[in-house]
Design a protein around this ligand. Structure first.
Ligand code: HEC
Ligand code: HEC
Length: 156
């Protein structure tokens, strides 16, 4: 009897661990991941353009970061620690120029940079996509069409 009770408890813990909660945790949202990690790239997706660092409530983990390479290939960032955080650990040398895209759960592109405006020096997204934006970035990486360059893609 005791064994079964323990097993039930362990299973319950396992389910809690595997739930979405794992990604709702606060983990340096908005900060430059590469200041602490040796990933190839990383970044945070937010709902608003001028969200402060550490505001995990404004982050979106219902979206993903993908890089549309000028070759036509696509690289997708993996989920990182914390809600809305993403990381990439692949080879940076084969990337070249790319269009940075944000896609929703259905794979629809909801926001993108200008065509091929990003390159392998821009893999640590939050370095420029700060609260007010640095080096010409308008602010955070967001889930709506900032550049208004998806008009044809989302026509309705
Ligand atoms: C201020 C330093 C710091 C920043 C910035 C930071 N992290 Fe972390 N990260 C840590 C520490 C320390 C740990 C280990 C303890 C923990 O899990 O909180 C960790 C753990 C992790 C882990 C799990 C262990 C691993 O290395 O795989 C992932 C994934 C991760 N961070 C992703 C990110 C992403 C993505 C970003 C950027 C959005 C980021 N972190 C920003 C310090 C940081
Ligand atoms: C060196 C600075 C820099 C880095 C690093 C950078 N960007 Fe950008 N980003 C910009 C600039 C400048 C613009 C505005 C011009 C344009 O659209 O290309 C921009 C625009 C964007 C936009 C459209 C506007 C917005 O804020 O949502 C998206 C999406 C985007 N970047 C995603 C990313 C992603 C994803 C990464 C990491 C893979 C990244 N960026 C890394 C500078 C940067």
């Amino acid at each position: 009897m005791k064994k079964e009770l323990f097993l039930g408890f362990a299973l319950a813990l396992l389910f809690v661990g595997c739930g979405d909660d794992e990604f709702s945790a606060r983990h340096n949202q908005g900060k430059n991941c590469l200041e602490c990690h040796s990933f190839t790239g990383g970044g945070t997706i937010f709902k608003h353009l001028h969200t402060a660092n550490y505001d995990e409530k404004d982050a979106s983990s219902k979206h993903k970061i993908q890089l549309l390479l000028s070759s036509g290939n696509i690289i997708t960032y993996d989920k990182g620690n914390g809600y809305g955080n993403f990381k990439y650990q692949g080879d940076k040398n084969t990337i070249g120029n790319f269009t940075a895209q944000i896609v929703d759960n259905n794979g629809t592109v909801v926001n993108q940079s200008r065509t091929d405006s990003h390159n392998s020096d821009r893999l640590a997204c939050n370095r420029c996509h700060t609260q007010e934006g640095l080096h010409g970035a308008p602010g955070r990486i967001v889930i709506f069409d900032v550049n208004q360059n998806l008009a044809t893609a989302i026509q309705q």
